[in-house]
Design a protein around this ligand. Structure first.
Ligand SMILES: [Zn+2]
Length: 509
């Protein structure tokens, strides 16, 4: 079984004085979490235990019972009558924070040791200046309501047990927004503050039978539909194409307005740069451009959600079961003004975010996401895999102009949109990789050639054995039977010997 989790967020409708109760409850919870974090710091060994055992150990240290009359660090010193489930929620929150803090600390210590060993060995004078991680100074954890802390949940209301500042009491709140869907398992709701408003967040877990692995889907069913995505943040945000394993192209969608967004972001970054120039040096902790940064962040986040949702929607509409992107590669910041550099950096992050969001959104729809090698995806013809000419409309069809919208393949006279071509190549790479896993690896072309002939069950032509780039003449001679989808399909099935030189070219580039 596979599972997918989502969170539904419901805004709450309550009398205004209740906001103070929620705030008091929130403050108490964070006080208890802080307390437990300190207990853990005093007894670091509890972190070696499993979460369940650590919880028991921490309760023994802090909570008095009939058997355990005098705990070492009683919780009652900071709060009386804390309900057991409230306490446990706090312990788990503290444990989570402590685990992440101590693992960061451990990593830092390892880095320091390594740097010092290096220093001793090479006699370097450089000191290890990186600061150690610090434990959280302030706490702002949302309060989860474990079973027993909430009851009588309906589509429009819920009763929550809350510390009002003076006592524990059951408070009824009306919930707005989405209803809870059927067939899902509900987790503990938590009370979350967003600005001045309090919300109820409920994690939902959906269980379903796991979809088949990519290799399996590709090798067993030639009708498997693959949605390939080329992210291009300068012009179109994303170009998606759906094709079957045997090579039929079914649909294309452009998800747009990249240039406008990039323009907006660049403009804002420009504003920040100008503000900085005015104030001179940026003071420590100075918040002069906070509003602008916030705006950029919000817009980026919103776009990443929007684009990823549209990609998944398209894949779903087209019945695709696999979603494929390119790997991000390395960030190569552009040269230029601050706004330009910053813009390209943010565009890079955005690609990563779109991938991450699309991945989990797709998984909720039982679509598997993968990534392929990004090398030269836009320089290759999706039909015959020859290098393409990339040009701007109205300009001579020659050379390769990066970022230009049109492509032409001189070899098979394929003509079309550059990003769409790239997207098709991305999809084909995934198919090729799943069918012949060795193909993406650049070593041992001789052995691979042998393998290919065995798998495809055809006699190798001279071209394939020669291992070098076939000259256009050779290839043309072999391709005498026309181009297009029909040929494409045969190539995927691995039949015509004339196609082999092109396949061989892939790793040799
Ligand atoms: Zn071509």
């Amino acid at each position: 079984m596979a599972k997918a989790t989502t969170t539904i967020r419901q805004s709450l409708n309550y009398q205004s004085q209740l906001a103070d109760c929620f705030a008091a409850n929130h403050a108490l919870f964070n006080r208890v979490v802080t307390f437990y974090f300190e207990v853990i710091q005093a007894h670091e060994t509890v972190l070696d235990l499993s979460t369940k055992r650590a919880l028991t150990a921490l309760e023994t240290l802090t909570h008095a019972t009939g058997k355990n009359r005098a705990p070492v660090m009683p919780l009652t010193e900071i709060a009386q009558d804390v309900p057991a489930m409230f306490r446990r929620a706090a312990i788990n929150a503290a444990l989570g924070s402590a685990r992440s803090f101590y693992s960061a600390l451990k990593k830092w210590r390892t880095r320091r040791e390594k740097a010092e060993a290096e220093k001793a060995r090479k006699g370097k004078k450089q000191k290890f200046t990186e600061r150690p991680p610090v434990p959280p100074r302030t706490w702002n954890k949302s309060v989860p309501f474990y079973a027993g802390q909430w009851k009588e949940r309906t589509g429009s209301s819920i009763l929550l047990k809350v510390w009002t500042g003076t006592c524990w009491s059951w408070i009824k709140v009306r919930t707005l927004g989405r209803d809870l869907p059927d067939g899902v398992e509900m987790g503990s709701p938590s009370l979350v503050r967003r600005g001045k408003q309090w919300w109820l967040h409920t994690p939902l877990e959906k269980k379903f039978s796991s979809p088949a692995k990519i290799d399996q889907q590709v090798t067993t069913n030639a009708q498997t539909r693959i949605c390939a995505v080329d992210l291009n943040l300068d012009t179109h945000l994303a170009v998606c194409t759906v094709q079957t394993v045997e090579g039929t192209i079914l649909a294309t969608r452009f998800i747009g307005h990249g240039r406008e967004i990039s323009g907006f972001r660049k403009q804002q970054l420009g504003c920040i740069a100008r503000n900085r120039a005015k104030t001179g040096i940026i003071g420590e902790g100075e918040q002069d451009n906070a509003d602008l940064w916030c705006k950029i962040k919000q817009v980026d986040e919103q776009i990443a959600h929007l684009v990823s949702a549209r990609i998944v929607q398209f894949a779903q509409e087209q019945g695709a079961t696999i979603l494929v992107f390119e790997h991000l590669g390395n960030l190569k910041p552009e040269k230029g003004k601050y706004s330009r550099r910053g813009n390209s950096k943010r565009a890079f992050w955005m690609k990563g975010r779109i991938f991450t969001y699309a991945k989990y959104k797709a998984w909720n729809e039982k679509i598997i996401t993968s990534r392929v090698n990004p090398r030269n995806t836009s320089r290759e013809c999706h039909r015959c895999h020859y290098p393409v000419i990339r040009y701007n409309a109205g300009q001579p069809m020659e050379g390769y102009t990066p970022g230009a919208p049109l492509v032409l393949c001189e070899h098979c006279s394929m003509q079309g949109h550059a990003d769409r071509n790239a997207s098709l190549v991305i999809g084909q790479r995934l198919i090729a990789r799943s069918q012949e896993p060795l193909k993406e690896k650049p070593q041992a072309p001789v052995r691979r050639a042998g393998r290919e002939s065995k798998d495809a069950g055809v006699v190798l032509s001279q071209d394939a054995k020669r291992e070098s780039r076939p000259s256009p003449d050779d290839a043309r001679h072999g391709d005498g039977n026309g181009h297009g989808t029909a040929q494409e399909r045969r190539r995927r099935m691995g039949t015509p010997s004339s196609a082999i030189p092109h396949q061989l070219r892939l790793p040799l580039e």
